[in-house]
Design a binder for this molecule. Structure first.
Ligand code: C2O
Length: 504
């Protein structure tokens, strides 16, 4: 592999992605941010400059494994202090996975206002296509700043999340004059790769292209055995690589990201998130095509379809008594404020020192919502250690659950109450970084203990995380965590001092 170097400058800018001007926070003056691209095995080096005046920042490389590389995770409060205004930080990581990903600010609600972009890592093909059309980023969109909307949520005794005004595809849509639609050009008879990602803050989408079928070849960073479908359910943070053959009448078609209203408690607003697929790139016509039939149900893609291309077996001890377990229950607590709770209490990001450094320094992390697995990872030999997590939701809302620093193995899921470990799938289960926890249901996950550090486990719905729906998972002995931090600790402490001095 080679080294690929990028410079990301995060600053304020007023843009009108759908025709409505919004004060955004964007990267290198553009939204979405530039694509971080490389080949499998490359070393990625990204210099991030904070040119904001009102916020700190920090960039997280969503789903990137960061094996023995906790300091590069970019999880503000877990692994780093925010980069202060005027400051910069360099992230170095290896592309040990290939496929489609994204990066985003992990500072408060900042990515909702624009600090995000795609990652493309080219690797060996597991299915054939002719043309790579690149990222298709879908997001809900709010005309007001997320920070302003947030204030409204906190004073609203019902605590309902804000309702999106619109949605965007690759940062574009039409709300009023001045907006434009993203267009994709299909070459007749050819197979096109589209790298779908939901980079939104709350809304779950069903993706489709009128009249066309697609072959799904990867989920998150994991290639899967190809399967065919007309529409695809895609939750916040999730990605799918799909291949679409241009095998229809040569004309213009709608490409749709349909919000799944059934995934929200209250959101009666319908909106129209569309791009255009053209067989003739000179056409300027509005498509007149009709959508596939889409049932508005909040059910994720079936685990029986999401079978990893490369076989992995989950260690048997993942679900026996020598493993570790955590029973977590997201809940609404406090009467006048919305608080989500996973683990013992709502997750409140520590302010003074990132969790990883507190752990190394022998200070109990300020955030009490921590799951500590202080197991010695080097003495394991060939015997894998696994952690399993049972998530139980008591509310009629689905949640995209994301764990940093690991591949998550989805052992099972279901409606109602989790009952028994019996019957969970350990043979090549779905393996991804963001998993849908069904509404009033359960999710059984496992991950291998192989990556010392402090990692965040959280709901990727921005309002939920902001209201405490997360927890720290600290993995490895103090010595092991200290060793992955050895060359970065001083630099981090310097940034923390600079951050504190800003008084933000
Ligand atoms: Cu995509 Cu904790 O993040």
């Amino acid at each position: 592999g080679v080294t690929r170097e990028y410079h990301l400058r995060i600053g304020h800018k007023t843009l009108a992605p759908d025709g409505v001007p919004k004060q955004m926070m964007v990267i290198n003056g553009q939204y979405p941010g530039p694509t971080i691209e490389g080949n499998w095995g490359d070393d990625i080096v990204v210099h991030v400059y904070n040119e904001l005046t009102t916020n700190g920042t920090g960039i997280h490389w969503h789903g990137v494994r960061q094996l023995f590389n906790n300091p590069a995770d970019g999880a503000v409060s877990q692994t780093e202090c925010p980069i202060p205004p005027g400051g910069m930080r360099t992230y170095r990581w290896k592309a040990t996975q290939h496929g489609s990903g994204w990066y985003h600010s992990h500072y408060s609600l900042q990515y909702t206002d624009g600090v995000l972009g795609p990652i493309v890592i080219h690797g060996p093909r597991t299915a054939n296509y002719d043309i790579d059309l690149g990222p298709v980023l879908m997001t809900d969109h709010y005309h007001e700043s997320a920070f302003k909307l947030q204030e409204k949520v906190s004073i609203d005794t019902l605590g309902l999340p804000p309702v999106a005004d619109n949605g965007l595809i690759n940062g574009k849509n039409v709300y009023k004059k001045g907006g434009a639609r993203e267009e994709f050009v299909f070459t007749p008879g050819k197979k096109h790769l589209l790298r779908l990602a939901n980079v939104g803050s709350e809304v779950t989408f069903r993706f489709s292209v009128d009249k066309h079928k697609m072959t799904v070849v990867a989920m998150d960073w994991t290639p899967i055995k190809p399967y065919e479908t007309k529409t695809l359910f895609i939750g916040v943070g999730q990605r799918y690589d799909v291949i679409i053959e241009a095998d229809q009448e040569p004309k213009d078609y709608w490409l749709r990201a349909r919000p799944m209203l059934a995934c929200l408690a209250v959101n009666a607003k319908t909106f129209n998130i569309r791009g255009i697929v053209r067989y003739d790139k000179t056409s300027t016509a509005e498509p007149d095509t009709l959508s596939h039939t889409i049932a508005d149900v909040c059910v994720d893609e079936s685990p029986s379809d999401l079978v990893p291309y490369h076989f992995h077996q989950v260690g048997l001890n993942a679900i026996n008594d020598t493993g570790f377990s955590a029973n977590l229950r997201p809940e609404l607590v406090e009467k006048s404020k919305l608080r989500w709770n996973i683990g013992l209490e709502p997750y409140i990001p520590p302010k003074d020192s990132p969790t990883a450094l507190s752990y190394i320094n022998g200070v109990a992390p300020k955030d009490m919502d921590t799951y500590l697995v202080p197991v010695d990872l080097t003495s394991l030999g060939n015997e894998d250690k696994w952690v399993y997590i049972i998530l139980q939701s008591s509310l009629p809302l689905a949640h995209p659950i994301h764990l940093h620093g690991h591949d998550v193995y989805v052992l099972g899921r279901g409606g109602g109450l989790f009952f028994e470990h019996y019957g969970l799938n350990l043979e090549n289960p779905t393996r991804r970084d963001t998993v849908n926890l069904p509404a009033t249901g359960w999710l059984a996950l496992a991950f291998r203990l192989d990556n010392p550090g402090a990692w965040l486990l959280h709901c990727h719905i921005q309002w939920h995380l902001h209201h405490g729906f997360g927890m720290s998972v600290i993995e490895g002995t103090r010595k092991q965590v200290a060793s992955v931090w050895a060359s970065r600790k001083d630099e981090e402490e310097r940034i923390c001092r600079a951050w504190k001095a800003t008084g933000l």
